[in-house]
Ligand binder design. Sequence first.
Ligand SMILES: NC(=O)c1ccc[n+]([C@@H]2O[C@H](COP(=O)([O-])OP(=O)(O)OC[C@H]3O[C@@H](n4cnc5c(N)ncnc54)[C@H](OP(=O)(O)O)[C@@H]3O)[C@@H](O)[C@H]2O)c1
Length: 327
Amino acid sequence: MRVLLLGATGTIGQAVAKALAERGYHVTCPVRTSAGFKGALGQDRIRALLPGVDLVFVGHALDAFISAEALQREQIEVIVSCLASRTGAPADAWKIDYGMHSALLSQARLAGVRHIVLLSAICVQKPQLAFQRAKLAFERELIESGLCYSIVRPTAFFKSLSGQLKRIREGKPFLLFGDGQLTACKPISNHDLASYMASCIEDVRMHHAILPIGGPGEAITPLQQAEYLFKHLRMTPRYRRVPVALMDVIIHGLSLAAYLLPSLADKAELAKIGRYYATESMLLWDEASARYDAAATPSYGEQTLFDYYDQLIAGRQHANLGEHAVF
Ligand SMILES: NC(=O)c1ccc[n+]([C@@H]2O[C@H](COP(=O)([O-])OP(=O)(O)OC[C@H]3O[C@@H](n4cnc5c(N)ncnc54)[C@H](OP(=O)(O)O)[C@@H]3O)[C@@H](O)[C@H]2O)c1
């Protein structure tokens, strides 16, 4: 079966490329010639990162490849998309997470593609941010299109929960919002999420479905993450507690300043994204009880965040933080 994979140079895209190739699919990946965070990946590096798939280098924009003609020429039956804005800034999110996907969907329908597997995010269940609204707008279009869809809404990725390891190794305190127990998540590894997404192609139970998904084990709080890291680094725990009210002041200040200096609008949105993750759990939201429900959040896979921390501490893995370096 011939599969088109978009976003193959991203964190999850790389893992999905591997999972699809291992399952024997014929995978075509259109990629930009300067890909990766801040365009740091050149063609040789991309080839080394993505073995076993057909790479099509498309210059700076994917649009040329996303046409009914190209999809028919490549005999694409299924599209898997891990394409997403790298910044989450409003204009970029609407351009990529909504606009590019919407254009892709129209071309896919013309070309007779039968199934789209979409990487989304569990946080769209409580949309407050521009990128969440952009994702939801495309989810709706996809559902209404009549095509078979599998919308995968994962919980937190390991990379997004690893940004403070460097800080505490440098002797700085772990930053906690509130008491460090305002939120919890069931993190999922790149490998496990990729395997789950690849399963969407064959498993009919995952067709015409919205699929929230977390990793194995109990939900964990930021405080538990910090305690684990300090213990396994054999360091005395040090914390700096950041009041959520302080973030509100920063967001308010940036939003006001953006009236005078529009370039600050993206910074205000990034601060809102930070506040959202500091106060909202990456777990299934139960509308009836108006609370997050860890037990009802589906689990998949075998790799735990703490296994990953062990590997980071031992130097067997390196966290590729990209834009998550601030957390
Ligand atoms: N971080 C988390 O904890 C978390 C949790 C749940 C869900 N999610 C969701 O997971 C998704 C993907 O995450 P990720 O970490 O794998 O993303 P990522 O590493 O930032 O990768 C994004 C991919 O999209 C491509 N892309 C971005 N802008 C593009 C453009 N203008 N033209 C062509 N390609 C473009 C990138 O290509 P280049 O390499 O060429 O830039 C890259 O392949 C996001 O939707 C996010 O909301 C994240």
